[in-house]
Design a protein around this ligand. Sequence first.
Ligand code: SF4
Length: 247
Amino acid sequence: MITMTGTRKTRATDGSLLSPQRCRAIFSRLRAANPAPKSDLNYSTPFELLTAVMLSAHTTDKSVNGATARLFPAANTPAQIAALGVEGVKPYLKTIGLYNAKAANLVALCRQLVQLHGAEVPRDREALEALPGVGRKTANVVLNIAFGHETIAVDTHIFRVGNRTGLAPGKTPAKVEQVLNAVTPREFRRHAHHWLLLHGRYVCQARMPRCPECVIRDLCDHEPKTPAKQARPARVTVTARRGPGAR
Ligand code: SF4
């Protein structure tokens, strides 16, 4: 059932609380604001991307970029990082969270890439998720960005946006991913991950969503919206930050 405003009174079979028209409108607006979204992580090859995404768990993209800016000039292939060994990799990662475990995973991952995949990043989910330190989210990001798959990786930002807006409610990332896959129109699937991630990171923030400047505020189910007098002015908006092209 759909109300006058397009909000479903009961959860539809696709799992969203919003009507299909509203779901489409959300993606249309996010695309208009940021037609060509890109990752905040710096990388130049699928392997560098895989490394950066793996390192980004529980830490910021900025700190990962700082670490990879030191690591990649010294070693940016599976063979080179495997040759460094865990103790050789650690100094490059010391500024990011959980660097001991990440260094061990990265070296183990590189050894597997060399031994099992000809030092190439595999293009299928099963092989990616079998690598040390690589879970579903990381695999989804790599499949989407490096290989053009229409995957939606649900991180903390997308989980929040999906639940808060009513677009894709779910108690687990897997459920939110399932709903997003069901409600995202085909034309938006390639970049849905980036649009939702950037929206959560820069606008629909955890503590105080920036509702007054939000391009989907009239489509979002969250109430109450942050009033203008409480909203912090955006230091940088997604559109301004990324220019015409903006992860
Ligand atoms: S209106 Fe507010 S709660 Fe809704 S998506 Fe925008 S920032 Fe988030």
